[in-house]
Design a protein around this ligand. Structure first.
Ligand code: GRG
Length: 314
């Protein structure tokens, strides 16, 4: 596991370096906005989504640089969602990633705009990434590659928006002080949390032109499983986690009277679901490891990542 953790740290450090380059400090009229964006984006975080994208791309023999703009865009979209989720109108959280949440460190209006700016910048960076890939593919007269790259932006928007994370968030808000059944709860989690964890795999599949292949399906299914598992673990940590390790308060779901995996299935039921989903994800990695054209080393890393997320304390 320590070899895996070193590698994970290496990927996360690389993401941090690239994010720092993308968003350097500015001393202009809108300085406070840059400060707030940097405060939230560069203030820790596991970098699970961008790491998943880099490793998935490498699984299919692509280099990290090919997908880096999309990895950075994903982390910016994720960070915007955390900033907005912490706002008084939503979860009203004072702490995030072990520090004051953005609206507590700055103010509410600045936090709203920092989230908006990160989301907008994410699509600027991802759009430039698509343009660069498309230009290279045009130079090689590779129309199939161009067609695949052109699907990236609409997909990223869809997974982040009404049919994805934002849609999940509105169902989540509705679930406060209201009981929702297990079907609506399942849809909520797949949208709110799952979509942004599945989309790295989907983007890697598009970039490697693996749509419709068995290895593309196995990777996407793996990401769907860990995406749902991620939310289950989050619900368990809200009950059993250590706020010092988590960097945020626990017991928030109960305080908000929320329907969660724990309220629906009990703590033991939630843990069983978590380990079943992790096993499913691990099984897919074992098949990918033996699939010609896939990097066994990266399939192994994805397997360890699924286990790491199962066991995570933060
Ligand atoms: C406000 C549009 C909008 C959406 C909010 C992401 C989200 C949707 C809400 C966050 C609430 C939450 C705790 C969801 C559970 C899963 C999740 C996204 C946890 C936080 O992600 P991590 O653990 O965070 O990857 P770090 O800090 O490591 O990046």
């Amino acid at each position: 596991m320590s070899e895996f953790l070193d590698k994970l740290q290496g990927y996360a450090d690389l993401i941090d370096e690239e994010l720092e380059k993308l968003l350097p400090p500015r001393d202009n009229y809108q300085k406070v906005l840059y400060d707030a964006m940097r405060y939230s984006l560069l203030g820790g975080g596991k970098r699970v989504r961008p790491v998943l994208l880099l490793v998935s791309a490498e699984l299919f023999g692509l280099d990290k640089e090919t997908v880096m703009p999309f990895a950075l865009a994903l982390e910016m979209i994720h960070t915007y969602s955390l900033i907005h989720d912490d706002l008084p109108a939503m979860d009203n959280d004072d702490y995030r990633r072990g520090r004051l949440s953005c609206h507590r460190r700055f103010d509410e209006a600045t936090a709203i705009l920092a989230g908006d700016a990160l989301l907008t910048y994410a699509f600027e960076v991802a759009g430039e990434g698509v343009a660069a890939l498309t230009a290279k593919a045009f130079a090689k007269w590779d129309g199939e590659a161009v067609a695949a790259y052109q699907k990236i932006l609409p997909l990223l928007a869809k997974r982040s928006g009404t049919e994805g994370m934002v849609g999940g968030q509105i169902i989540d808000l509705k679930a406060e002080n209201n009981t929702i059944d297990e079907y609506e709860h399942d849809a909520l989690c797949r949208m709110k949390t799952g979509c942004l964890i599945t989309v790295p795999a989907e983007i890697a599949v598009l970039c490697a032109q693996k749509s419709g292949t068995e290895e593309g399906r196995l990777l996407t299914e793996y990401a769907r499983a860990i995406g749902l598992a991620f939310q289950i673990k989050d619900d368990i940590l809200d009950v059993e986690g250590d706020p010092a390790l988590l960097g945020k308060n626990t017991g928030m779901d109960e305080a908000d009277n929320k329907t969660t995996f724990v309220t629906l299935y009990g703590i033991d039921g939630a843990k069983t679901m978590l380990s079943d989903l992790t096993m499913r994800a691990v099984d897919n990695c074992l098949i990918l490891k033996d699939t010609p054209g896939c990097s066994a080393e990266n399939a192994e890393f994805l397997k360890d990542l699924a286990r790491f997320l199962l066991e995570r304390k933060y």
